[in-house]
Design a protein around this ligand. Structure first.
Ligand code: CTP
Length: 393
């Protein structure tokens, strides 16, 4: 971490005192800390102790003319390699999730494309409240890395998840973040994600249940590792992860063309649930006509994007497919890997119902066999896959 700059936003929670310990640990590692203290944070620790430990001016207000003259809030948010919010309170996360910019901390979070990490700390009931759960999900979907709180006795006397992790655990999360950064610098990775929509007529289409979450998590993790990422996305309602170039498409044929146009790439990760079939789209809406019955739809096979990228003259060095199967997972997925010419296949059993969930249970299938990665969050599967890709490239 030596030589890195972290913009540290200290929120207003009892755990704010731990931010002081963190600043000391970061300074010992040679990290420059630019401290920002929220109004709430200043009720728990003083600007003086924070600036003394950080050896930097503490910023507290959006309206500080002197700071705006030396380093305005936009420049401040760009000066750091990482923005860390610690402790991240329920209120601060709610305001960040809704894009508010009423104080310096939220303005910095809104005005930046620097990676953001948050270490939430709050009462267990606040942490488990559906509002907080939804806000955390929103922030995660936008690429914010959340350091999960610890479980244990809290200052308020209750017990449960919500405690700020101990400082060595926070330091380890930061080291992981910076260790990953750069592992894929200079590499271009193509990712497909989401479903495709195949029109039947101007108002109807064939679709599937893919949410796009796993592919977006992978694209975000690749970008965080320094890769240039082209994300070809079917219709999904997800925010583009930080640092990712997104190409929106609707149909399998549009997705195939966008992938072709994105080559050359060092690796391709084909996570999209491409519709296997399409139908000839009618120019006018199908109408119910008395006595005529339903329209007959003739299905035509869509191009297999994974197979064609794997057989391409400009084939990426590493081609990775995904396979959703119901039963007999390893045998079916191993056969699919060979049939499509992929180097690796990430397989999961969808009879367990993972669509739209944040969790997944995958197996990695390669020419050398298969590994069971066990149940895990889609974000941690993404991180692990990116690590494997970095090692392979
Ligand atoms: N895929 C693709 N283009 C298609 C269909 C699938 O690129 N037209 C890719 C998916 O992105 C995924 C992999 O192929 O990486 C496996 O998709 P899957 O739907 O499981 O494969 P199918 O060939 O459709 O096999 P099945 O008969 O089991 O549906």
């Amino acid at each position: 971490m030596n030589g890195r700059t972290i913009l540290l936003i200290v929120g207003g929670g009892i755990a704010a005192y731990k931010a002081l310990e963190l600043v000391r640990a970061l300074r010992r590692e040679g990290v420059r800390v630019l401290p920002v203290l929220t109004e709430g944070g200043a009720h728990f620790i003083t600007p003086l102790s924070l600036s003394a430990l950080a050896e930097e001016t503490v910023r507290t207000s959006l309206w500080d003319l002197e700071d705006e003259a030396t380093m305005g809030h936009i420049a401040l948010s760009r000066a750091a390699d990482l923005i860390l919010v610690l402790p991240a309170t329920a209120d601060l996360m709610a305001r960040a999730a809704t894009g508010q910019a009423g104080d310096l901390a939220t303005t910095l979070l809104l005005a930046t494309d620097t990676p953001v990490m948050m270490a939430p700390a709050m009462n267990v009931r606040m942490w488990q409240h559906p509002a907080t759960v939804a806000n955390v999900a929103t922030l995660k979907a936008r690429g914010v890395e959340i350091i999960p709180p610890d479980t244990g006795p809290m200052a308020c006397g209750e017990t449960g998840p919500g405690r700020l992790p101990e400082i060595p655990a926070v330091m380890a999360a930061l080291a992981r973040h910076f260790g990953r950064a750069g592992a894929l610098a200079g590499k271009h990775v193509l990712v497909t994600a989401g479903p495709t929509h195949e029109p039947i007529d101007p108002v109807r289409y064939i679709a599937n249940r893919s949410s796009g979450k796993q592919g977006f998590a992978i694209a975000g993790a690749l970008a965080a590792a320094g890769a240039r990422v082209s994300l070809v996305a079917g219709p999904v309602s997800l925010a583009t992860p930080a640092g990712v170039t997104r190409i929106d498409v609707e149909t399998a044929r549009e997705m195939a063309a966008a992938c072709e146009a994105a080559l050359p790439a060092d690796a391709a990760v084909m996570v999209a649930a491409v519709a296997d079939w399409r139908t000839e789209a009618a120019a006018a809406k199908h109408k119910k006509a008395p006595g005529e019955g339903p329209p007959a739809l003739t299905l035509t096979e869509n191009p297999d994007i994974l197979a064609s990228i794997a057989a391409h003259a400009r084939r990426p060095r590493l081609v990775i497919g995904f396979a959703a199967e119901t039963g007999d997972l390893i045998a079916k997925a191993s056969a699919k890997r060979l049939r499509k010419g992929a180097d690796w296949l990430v397989a999961n059993d969808v009879s367990e119902g993972v669509f739209g969930a944040d969790e997944n249970h995958v197996h990695l299938i390669t020419a050398h066999g298969h590994q069971d990665w066990g149940p895990a969050s889609k974000a941690s599967i993404a991180a692990r896959l990116v690590q494997e890709i970095a090692d392979a490239l």
